[in-house]
Design a protein around this ligand. Sequence first.
Ligand SMILES: *Cc1c(COP(=O)(O)O)cnc(C)c1O
Length: 387
Amino acid sequence: MIAIDTLAVHAGRTGLTEQGVHAVPIDLSTTAPLPSVHDGGLAYEQMATGGVPLDGQSTVYQRLWNPTVARFEDGVAALEGAAQSVGFASGMAAFSAVLLAAQSEGKTHVVAVRPLYGGTDHVLASGLLGNQVTFVKADGVRDALRPDTGLVVVETPANPSLDLVDLNRLVSDAGDVPVLVDNTFATPILQQPLKHGVAMVLHSATKFLGGHGDAMGGVVATSAEWATRLRRVRAVTGGILTPWPAYLLHRGLATLPIRVRAQQDHAHKIAAALASHELVAKVYYPGLPECDPLHLVGTQMSGPGSLMAFDVESAEHAERIPGAVRLITHAVSLGGIDTLIQHPAGLTHRPVAPEAKPQARMLRLSIGLEDPTDIIEDLVQAIESTR
Ligand SMILES: *Cc1c(COP(=O)(O)O)cnc(C)c1O
């Protein structure tokens, strides 16, 4: 077994020496030469139904397949221990494709464990893509299943409150229904959900996988069967990952293990400093024992990661803090090289129904690679100057 740090550097880079290059080439072609109407037509049919081009076949058109995107997909599949992965324009494009693929046999009901990322919650609750949804807590999955349930959706750690869900138990409760895990917060470095029997693992690649806040993408790591269904939806609906961001996201994979571990080290220190501050009412971080009642850190997850949230005493105070940070950036998104702070109730979870919306006195932090001492100093001055 090759170690994950080695895979992160090398996966998706086969054949470069034969091509006489060392960096991954970026193929920007939107269309590809066709050998003949007959063979071009066969290649089109191969990919429009979710296949990948056979050896020597024309790739026909970028919406069907692209070699730079395929290299990134190979990289993610290797890290997640998946047969294949499928790249999309964003995490939400990836999630939409999963919903459509899961519904293709008439099973339009989804069981979704809250809390979820605001956009995921919104698309499910709106029914915009033709689904019905039952929102549950992690222990309510079994009772919510119906004959027409085609998908169970869960996020762990969850956005923004860092709740952890026991995947072995969830998969057993879901029975025959495929489970999708949003693994954006943990990354494959800390958690590999496919080992627990889930069907699909989704990432907003915009976050940790790219890691530098400059490329959008989504990806689903899964079996060959599900990948075929997802590529078919992607070819038809057009939510493709394009070559430029695919190149950047793939480059991000090489440093993913060291970034994740370094950011996690910093997060430990920052969570401890916040937990001991008199103006902080509560810290949500899976590395704190009270936030991991099921003892999933050390078993399901190899570490608690670098996302956290904290409550102050009032919503008014929480709303003033992001305006007072100097080194940290007040911005949504997460998983990049620099530390970000945002107010979930007002921003990322704005569309969520009132009963499931995060508290207005909560702020979420994504810890970056800066020296944690500087981040603690900035947080303390922002919290104290706005009290
Ligand atoms: C950001 C995010 C998404 C959505 O991904 P985009 O790339 O923004 O479309 C989905 N799930 C989680 C947990 C996220 O943080």
